[in-house]
Design a binder for this molecule. Sequence first.
Ligand code: ARG
Length: 277
Amino acid sequence: MKKLSIAMLSMVLAGSMLLTGCGGGNNQAAGENDSADTQQSETAENTDGGVLRMGTNATFPPYEYVDENNEVAGIDADIAAAIAEKLGMELEITDMAFDSLIPALQSDTIDIVLAGMTVDPERAEQVNFTDSYATGVQVIIVPEGSDIASPDDLEGKNIGVQTGTTGDLYCTDDYGQEFVKQFDNGPLAVAALVNGQVDCVVIDNEPAKNYVAANQGLKILDTAYANEEYAAAIAKDNTELFEQVNAAIQELKEDGTIDSIIEKYIPAEGDSEDAAA
Ligand code: ARG
């Protein structure tokens, strides 16, 4: 793990050099002290809350992907936009490597991560997780006709994962690092599966459905590998933003906004109730 975090750190240092220019957290510094001309005309109006800098890894449809206009779209982008609107902030999304996201929070390069990120105890030592807004399942993608039928068959197989994801962490723990092949993103892991470089890919179910639909000869096993909760992550010391975002997520859950965003991208099966019993 130590080796990993150093690698992550240097990636972020490199990344933050590219990304600076928008520095300065948004700690809502209300400028109470020493403002030369005390203009204080009613703050807290719309969009006075500054910029909400969100980080994500947009290779993960339908949660985040780059759309035909070259913009990051998907469930997380929509939820973040709804949160930003509630906070009167302007949303700015940065697409980066998944394993750079937590270091980017810690270095104040971004304010919030929405990336289909699973709440995990080790991560929770590094960042604060909001209430969960969605669930995920780690599934196993195999070629049709594979002899892998369940997680029990993964022993000794070459497993493709996206670096730093829970699929990576769990498989490394369960089957050993030498069997886990890391890729920068899910589509690259799946390409390696198609080319026969790995025997399976362990990844979240909704992106898995997208990847399988985009490639021939692959299937998702019925037996899930792990069930998970997705939440937004915020730096430990950014408690004010954390509370505001968490309150916004609660409201967006209660008023049905989050459900309808998810439903827009993942229509519930058997949604049409035409077929009377
Ligand atoms: N849920 C998994 C995790 O938290 C994978 C998330 C990958 N997300 C992404 N945007 N590529 O580790």
